[in-house]
Design a binder for this molecule. Structure first.
Ligand SMILES: [Zn+2]
Length: 183
């Protein structure tokens, strides 16, 4: 098990669009295993490659035992409805905000073996899929909350970072509201 360094808001890796993976390699498979380990360590439900400083179009999602996905080059091919729910992010610890997302999505992606998969998600799974694909495009959930709320949350974030150096997590996993999705 290897833990990867989770980058925090302010790291430039979070603001770049990750390029597509040409073919899924053994190196990618090892990386995906490490992403899962890191996501679970921090009790998240999703993690994207650029959150650990790697600009590759790869993310992992695990909302429960039956819904565990490695996503390589994921694309949303269908979206339906909309729903607003609270969201958090492993790169912005302890900050939560309501984000409006499609209620149902269909995502096409390669899995860790390079096979193309079609993943249908509703509720939490739909939300996490959209959150991770946003990451791969350099977007964080704070970009999707209203401007007033965003200012307040960014202030709260800056205050929580006062006196702390570095843009990589060095904390032990914190306890979080049970129903907030951290990805
Ligand atoms: Zn996130």
């Amino acid at each position: 098990m290897s833990l990867l360094p989770v980058h925090l808001l302010g790291s430039s890796a979070l603001r770049q669009r990750s390029p597509e993976v040409a073919a899924v390699s053994d190196r990618d498979r090892a990386f995906i295993a490490d992403l899962f380990d890191t996501m679970r360590h921090y009790k998240g439900v999703g993690l994207a490659a650029n959150q650990v400083g790697e600009l590759r179009r790869i993310a992992v999602v695990e909302t429960d035992a039956e819904h565990r996905y490695a996503l390589v080059n994921p694309v949303i091919v269908e979206r339906e409805g909309s729903i607003k729910e609270e969201e958090g992010c492993l790169s912005i610890p302890d900050i939560y905000g309501d984000v409006e997302r499609a209620a149902h999505v269909v995502v096409e992606a390669l899995d860790e073996t390079g096979v193309k998969r079609r993943i249908e998600g509703s509720e939490l799974l739909a939300r996490v899929l959209q959150h991770e694909i946003d990451h791969l495009d350099g977007i964080v959930f704070l970009d999707r909350v209203g401007p007033f709320k965003r200012r307040r949350l960014i202030k709260q974030w800056e205050k929580s970072r006062e006196g702390k150096a570095g843009l990589v997590r060095d904390d032990v996993p914190e306890s979080a509201p049970e129903d907030a999705a951290k990805a």
